[in-house]
Design a protein around this ligand. Structure first.
Ligand code: SAH
Length: 242
């Protein structure tokens, strides 16, 4: 699904920042949290400004590489500068226009779930695995990998275990919805008067991701553990079915 410009707050924020060197507040709402904000300059971060998780992810990229949900193109530009053959996709027309203006040679308006060409490395960064949305959608994610991951290919993605969010001071944990997985969130964004539609967004701990992967013939290797229950992982097809 491609976003309409009138329903694309993040794209509008990115376009404003690119044009004017500044932007208003990109507001994030979720039923589970207080109102939050994504600092728009962060979407234009340089490699030096990236976390060690992101820097390592860039080092891992090899072969024909896909940057999924590339936003303003920070990762795609870095890879392109290192001579990597990178394709950047996003469902935001405004973001794709900015990526093209910034010099991303292969920036395309496309939904990850509609892709049909193969890649050696699929990068999903800034909690990029989030676009899977819910655990229920995991089979669809791995079926897609079956068709778009080249033989020997890898997914390089980051996420975090957000259990700490539900922990009281005394250490007891109370999940809001006992039936669902606690990392399944719903977000809505707003920029100026542009209000986006709510969308599901998944934070998944490494163990749960591993269990899901195994069910579909994939394995997960944790490459780096961050300081805030975040991590960088590599997903690959399992060598042998056992
Ligand atoms: N990777 C960038 C931007 C992260 S924000 C960075 O690290 O700065 C997530 C981006 O994913 C948004 O630009 C959003 O438009 C895009 N996106 C969401 N769902 C998508 C999908 N199904 N296919 C491709 N892009 C998607």
């Amino acid at each position: 699904m491609i976003l309409r410009k009138e329903k694309d707050p993040m794209g509008k924020a990115i376009a404003d920042y690119w044009k004017n060197g500044k932007a208003g507040r990109l507001r994030v709402f979720s039923p589970m949290f207080d109102e939050d904000e994504i600092p728009v300059p962060h979407l234009f971060r340089t490699v030096e400004e990236m976390s060690s998780i992101e820097q390592e992810a860039l080092r891992m990229a090899q072969g024909k590489t896909l940057d999924v949900g590339a936003g303003a193109g920070c990762h795609a530009l870095a890879l392109q500068g290192r001579g990597i053959d990178v394709t950047a996709i996003d469902i935001s027309p405004l973001s794709v226009e900015v990526m093209q203006a910034r010099g991303v040679q292969n920036a395309r308006l496309a939904d990850f779930f509609s892709l049909d060409t193969q890649f050696d490395t699929i990068l999903m960064l800034m909690n990029g695995i989030g676009i899977v949305g819910t655990l229920l959608n995991m089979p669809r994610f791995f079926q897609l990998l079956d068709s778009i991951l080249a033989p020997g290919g890898q997914v390089v993605c980051d996420s975090s275990d957000i259990q700490y969010v539900f922990e009281d001071e005394d250490g007891t944990i109370e999940f809001p919805d006992a039936d669902g997985y606690y990392g399944e969130l719903s977000y809505r964004m707003q920029y100026k008067n542009i209000v986006g539609n709510p969308f599901p967004w998944l934070y998944v701990d490494a163990e749960t991701l591993s269990a899901q992967a195994e069910q579909h013939g994939y394995s997960v290797e944790v490459i780096i553990k961050g300081q805030h229950d975040d991590y960088l992982a590599r997903i690959k097809k399992s060598d042998a079915m056992g």
